[in-house]
Design a protein around this ligand. Structure first.
Ligand code: PMP
Ligand code: GLN
Length: 383
């Protein structure tokens, strides 16, 4: 009866980072930034750790952080959020996602997801008893296939999970896409879980527009953010959910049994970060776009066609451009072993790898210039 101890696989990020370490490779696989941690935020964490307290904070998050999140959403999105009843702090966006899915999905509910998708979505949707309905966006533009999306909704749809800016495609959905989706959510009396962890990583003068700001969406969307992304501190695992009280309540029920709380000193530091001049957050995208351009240019120069990255800290390269004759997995293993550079095979972000595109690799460009340059030099020598 116990032939299979667990049906969870191993996440691609662990697989590739372990391989990178084994070969001493520059790790452009797992997405984490280098050299961008804001000193004021780090200092605030150290001070708060020194000062304490170090026992369980309030389950919904410390008041200072909930107020800072509400102020952030007012400033950037014009949202009027009640910090008392509409904000919940979580241990990373990963926990926020799990809270939303475990809190809202009842066995048999259908969940609409857009593929390629971030790797934690499907295992949690399934464990929550949800039935995934996948809609694919296709390269090079990752255009939302409206008819397929409309057909994925039914009277059994509980929610749609939207990730914009989108990992791994680096797509940023535009206002028309959002309006189309909002209309479907309303028509089917459904909800939307909005993974917006890359909200401050939208490039080329565009701005992030949360689905929750569209007409009719205020009571139907749960907006998820991540301090790990916003302040380039991915180990901290401080995330949050903003939603109307009636939507947040069942999600908080899941939170109480998953982590219950998040380290107090880190919550204080994130509150300080969000309390800075908003221009500081705008600067992140400018800085990151320069890194994007640097790596994209280097890869193109070697012969890789590179897809446009409108947001996130990822770009996608076409491995056929250098005449590589094998799958994306072969390629990522090969460049790790032979060149000392690691990327993530794009097909890992699909439910069924057999029908996924097998000729793309995802590179993280959120690194120091010298790491990006060295990666390009190494790849030039070995592909
Ligand atoms: N969603 C997406 C799309 C991500 O790329 C990530 C990865 N960082 C997360 C959620 C998880 O964020 P956190 O580290 O705050 O748990
Ligand atoms: N979000 C990061 C990525 O897409 C990694 C997160 C993780 O390691 N689980 O690479």
């Amino acid at each position: 009866a116990n032939a299979v101890l667990s049906s969870y696989g191993t996440t691609i990020f662990t697989v590739m980072s372990t391989l990178a370490q084994k070969h001493g490779a520059i790790n452009l696989g797992q997405g984490f930034p280098e050299g961008l941690e804001p000193p004021a935020v780090l200092r605030a964490a150290a001070e708060a750790a020194e000062a304490g307290p170090h026992q369980y904070p309030p389950m919904m998050g410390i008041p200072a952080l909930r107020q800072a999140i509400a102020a952030h959403d007012r400033h950037f999105y014009g949202l009027d959020v009640d910090p008392e009843t509409e904000v919940m702090v979580t241990s990373g966006a990963t926990e926020a996602l799990a809270d939303c899915l475990f809190g809202l999905i009842e066995p048999g509910d259908e969940v609409v997801l857009i593929e390629p998708l971030y790797d934690s979505y499907l295992p949690i949707v399934r464990r929550a008893g949800g039935i995934p309905r996948l809609v694919r966006v296709a390269p090079p533009d990752w255009t939302l296939p409206r008819q397929a999306l409309a057909e994925a909704f039914s009277e059994r749809t509980k929610l749609v999970l939207l990730n914009s800016p989108m990992n791994p495609s680096a797509k940023v959905f535009d206002d028309d896409d959002l309006a189309f989706l909002a209309e479907l959510v309303l028509r089917h009396d459904a909800y939307a879980v909005c993974d917006e962890v890359y909200e401050h990583l939208v490039f080329d003068g565009r701005r992030h527009r949360p689905l929750i700001t569209l007409p009719g969406m205020r009571d139907r969307c749960l907006r998820i953010g991540s301090a790990g992304k916003t302040f380039s501190v991915t180990s901290w695992k401080v995330g949050y959910v903003v939603a109307a009280p009636a939507l947040l309540a069942p999600v908080a029920k899941a939170h109480q049994f998953l982590t219950f709380t998040t380290p107090t000193c880190l919550q204080h530091a994130v509150a300080v970060g969000l309390g800075q001049e908003p221009a500081v957050l705008d600067h992140l995208a400018v800085d990151m776009a320069a890194r994007r351009d640097r790596l994209a240019e280097g890869l193109r120069d070697i012969g890789f066609p590179v897809l446009h990255s409108a947001g996130t800290y990822f770009l996608t390269a076409d491995i056929r451009g250098v005449g590589f004759d094998g799958t994306d997995e072969d390629f990522c293993r090969h460049i790790t072993e032979a060149a000392g550079v690691t990327a993530v095979p794009f097909s890992a972000f699909y439910q069924d790898q057999r029908t996924a595109p097998r000729h793309y690799a995802r590179f993280c460009f959120a690194k120091l210039d010298r790491a990006l340059d060295e990666a390009v030099t190494r790849l030039r020598r070995h592909v």
